[in-house]
Design a protein around this ligand. Structure first.
Ligand SMILES: Cc1ncc(COP(=O)(O)O)c(C=O)c1O
Length: 256
């Protein structure tokens, strides 16, 4: 086994996805690690594990993490978790995978095997969500709402911690209509994108939101009894369904 420790590192990211700070529900505090190790009775301790958080651009905490874990004892394995951030909008400029890996290795001793467990940085930018516009509501001088056939049930991140996304009308990139993309759920907070420029969107248009490959499908729900959308892998002009669209029968299948 590996022991999950709280290294006392607070990376620069939203507090809901920071996990390595002292005040965290995850892991053993540094002072409790020796006691926890003593109690790992019949199991073999392979090393220490920590995951400091997610959507992190500043790599210095990863370097520090290796140093902190190494200082807790001599173990052949250190698992430094995931956390590398990705670009959700044009303003985001995440570090490369190479520099991330260098930071992980720099802090840890040379004779230790360093593991990492990336999630978002592997799949986040591989996914786009495709919505259909239902209605457009213009409140003159206030806001133009573009309502789509999904929302907080397929992407909770904007509502959970203010995550920002961009969007385009699939066949008309660019545009100069300032819009708010709203989901179809019965919550005023069900807003996918607060402000985005779109090309004169109208009912029936297909709206594409990039960078939804991580923590979208995985966090999806059936709120308001909405069947979840399918997952479709596309490559080189081919498309294949890998998770089929949910049906209304699926929604009642467990009812007794
Ligand atoms: C223990 C652990 N490892 C790795 C990850 C993946 O993190 P990320 O997607 O930021 O790379 C998570 C995400 O919650 C996690 O809890």
């Amino acid at each position: 086994v590996m022991l999950r420790v709280t290294p006392g590192i607070k990376p620069s990211t939203h507090s809901f996805i920071a996990t390595g700070q002292v005040d965290s529900k995850f892991g053993f505090a540094a002072e409790d690690v020796p006691r926890a190790i003593e109690r790992i009775d019949r199991l073999e301790l392979a090393g220490l594990h920590a995951h400091i958080g997610s959507q992190i651009f500043d790599l210095a905490p990863f370097e520090k993490l290796g140093e902190i874990l190494a200082a807790m004892g001599d173990y052949p394995l250190l698992n430094l978790g995931g956390g590398l951030g990705i670009a959700y909008t044009a303003e985001d400029d995440p570090p490369s995978i190479e520099t991330y890996v260098e930071s992980l290795l720099r802090g840890a001793p040379d004779d230790v095997t360093v593991l990492c467990e990336p999630g978002r940085s592997l799949v986040g930018n591989a996914g786009v969500t495709v919505y259909t516009v239902g209605t457009v509501k213009e409140i003159p001088g206030v806001r133009t709402y573009v309502a789509v056939d999904g929302g907080m049930s397929d992407n909770l991140r904007p509502m959970l911690y203010g995550a920002r996304y961009e969007a385009e009308v699939a066949d008309r990139f660019g545009g100069d209509t300032l819009c708010t993309v709203a989901g179809k759920h019965c919550e005023s907070g069900d807003i996918l994108i607060r402000d985005v420029m779109l090309a004169d969107p109208g009912p029936g248009d297909v709206l594409v939101v990039p960078a939804t490959g991580a923590y979208g499908h995985a966090m999806a729900s059936n709120y308001n009894a909405l069947p979840r959308p399918p997952v479709i892998f596309c490559s080189g002009g081919d498309a294949r369904v890998v998770v089929r669209r949910e049906t209304f029968d699926d929604l009642t299948r467990r009812d007794v």
